[in-house]
Design a protein around this ligand. Structure first.
Ligand SMILES: Nc1ncnc2c1ncn2[C@@H]1O[C@H](COP(=O)(O)OP(=O)(O)OP(=O)(O)O)[C@@H](O)[C@H]1O
Ligand SMILES: [Mg+2]
Length: 316
């Protein structure tokens, strides 16, 4: 096992009476892409702000690259790059000026600065737009500039709060392409938050599901899927409402979800044969139209642990 580059122990944070983060423990191994996945208000930004020294730690302990965040925030800041949830760019600067300015405040020597900016603009494919004003860029391009800025001083860990929020599919894919390239080629550990299930599933090495300030599950996408047990039946019947009530009482079924195409039956560890399923319905005069056996998705994992669907249509 590689060493943990981020270690979080017993972290809690409240805003007045609102408990935003509730006694969480997790670690991130060096070199990983780690996704913090959760719905709106889950506590993702609060956690990231605690990690990046923007919020004062009320309770618990964080170390990044061996440095205690509460005791030595300046040293932590030197090791990290940050991309915030909301754009923080000066609209009236050009791309090049934005990065130059950042390099200067971090005391990068002139030649190093130029080389690094050129290198990063090549990665995010903005080299030929270096003199364009921020205000004239698309949302995806602005994100790319922010990512380049976050990487300017070779951070050990890059923190990204909802890097793809509000972007179209193509721009989202492009941002992920850059994140993966950076992770691989620059050897940067990536900690990001997202409420896009598909992205966490597809691109991250490790996923941590957070809901209402608590960590519900943690692991690789496949281990999370395997951990929720057996497969899922997708069925369509002549009376889905009645069928869902009957089937929810079967000992082999953990719970039943209704969707527009029928019912999803989440099986517990013990098997439920198709014939027993059919029998349980026919004795109540319900006929089965369709029956498919599905493998669990990350959506299913989320529902399993939180009892509800993540609402990725709500963009903050
Ligand atoms: N500055 C603040 N003052 C008071 N309450 C806050 C503040 N920031 C966040 N909260 C509350 O803390 C909880 C967690 O918020 P947080 O922003 O950490 O969630 P999030 O997972 O990042 O959500 P989103 O997906 O919408 O960005 C929410 O209930 C939110 O209303
Ligand atoms: Mg947030």
């Amino acid at each position: 096992m590689k060493d943990a580059i981020i270690n979080v122990e017993g972290l809690s944070h409240s805003y007045g009476k609102t408990v935003a983060v509730d006694n969480i423990y997790f670690h991130v191994e060096e070199g990983q892409i780690f996704s913090f996945l959760g719905p709106n208000g889950a506590g993702k930004t609060t956690t990231i702000n605690l990690l990046i020294t923007l919020l004062r730690i009320q309770k618990g302990q964080i170390t990044i690259s061996g440095v205690n965040v509460a005791k030595n925030p300046d040293a932590v800041r030197r090791n990290i790059g940050v991309v915030f949830q909301d754009h923080r760019l000066d609209r009236d600067l050009t791309i090049w000026e934005t990065l130059e300015f950042h390099g200067k405040i971090h005391s990068l020597p002139k030649e190093t600065r130029r080389q690094r900016i050129t290198e990063l603009l090549n990665i995010v494919e903005l080299g030929d737009k270096r003199n364009a004003f921020i205000k004239n860029l698309s949302g995806g391009m602005k994100r790319s500039v922010e990512i380049a800025r976050g990487l300017l001083v070779h951070p050990k860990v890059l923190f990204l709060d909802e890097p793809t929020i509000g972007l179209d599919t193509k721009a989202r894919q492009r941002i992920w392409h850059y994140i993966k390239q950076i992770n691989r080629e620059e050897n940067v550990t990536v900690f990001l938050t997202t409420h896009y299930m598909d992205e966490a599933d597809q691109y991250s090495h490790e996923i941590c599901i957070i809901d209402k300030g608590k960590i519900m599950a943690n692991g690789s996408s496949s281990s999370l899927k395997n951990a929720i047990g057996k497969d899922i039946y997708h069925i369509k019947t002549t009376d889905d409402l009645k069928a869902s009530q009957i089937l929810a009482n079967l000992p082999e079924i953990s719970h039943v979800e209704k969707n527009s195409n029928g019912l999803l039956l989440y099986l517990k560890n013990n098997e439920l044969s198709a014939s027993k399923l059919v029998k349980s319905l026919t004795i109540h005069q319900i006929k089965l139209g369709n029956l498919n056996l599905l493998k669990p998705t990350l959506d299913d994992v989320f529902i399993y642990y939180t009892g509800r669907k993540i609402d990725s249509t709500v963009d903050a």
